[in-house]
Design a binder for this molecule. Sequence first.
Ligand code: C5P
Length: 286
Amino acid sequence: MTIHSHAKINLGLRVLGKRDDGYHDLATIFVPVDLCDTVELHTRDLGLSMECTRDDVPCDSGNLCLRAAAEVYRFAGGGGVHIALDKRIPVGAGLGGGSSNAAMVLRALPRLWGVDIPDDELHAMAARLGSDVPFFLHDGPALAGGRGEILTPLNVRLPWWIVLVTPGIHVSTAWAYAALGTREWQPDPRLDLLLTDAVRGGDSAPLLVNDFEPAVFERWPAIAEMKRRLLENGAVGALMSGSGSTVFGLFSDALEAQAALAEFAPGQVLGVTAPDFSPMPFTPRG
Ligand code: C5P
């Protein structure tokens, strides 16, 4: 079984405050993008194993894919699978690659093994694996609250071409949260309303705020520079995704998006997502 495991961006990311359990409550809009890894599941008699096309990705219990498989294994009371992961989504890039891979294993492995896992159980497994994992159980844009796991699907047609560029810097999510320091609790910014306004042609600036940008830009000015270049080259808005380091630009037409890409080195370009994109993880392509 071959599955396409798509990345996400955060269309706005506000950290609302620190909780007693050490996590932070946040408000964000997750949007799936075209960039994807490929996850292949091969049935085995017994046991869980994996391989990956990248040497710097662990293939032991430190990999979220294997931890996802272990969740399904526990529920099923046994089973065997070998996972082959073809990585194209950069690691530590704010694109949720590892979380997406884990969610795809949670979605696909029960099918492969013929096990029926109720939705609320699957969601609980995803939330145990990581704050971003539950979003990838579904295929469309969603408003997220809590630590990222409380999701409201958004029935909205995004009008932009989304250009992704990377400075090739690895930012640790835990570092980025720690770098925020202590701060006052923020009120809910109602990103869903800000998105509706931006989609209707209003100002996207109130939506496109990422609370991680100040600390990350100070530590790595090259990331701020990439955002500036997107805006200089026709983006109607640009923002760092997640805790970085990927930056995305929103463009109102395809030609402008392509022209902006030409301003970056080939190794910095991660691709373009068309308006109203929706992933089809279980449809084999190309
Ligand atoms: O949930 P996940 O394992 O992806 O989180 C990685 C780290 O990021 C956590 O250990 C925590 O330090 C931080 N985090 C947080 N608040 C969130 C999500 C993550 O403080 N909402």
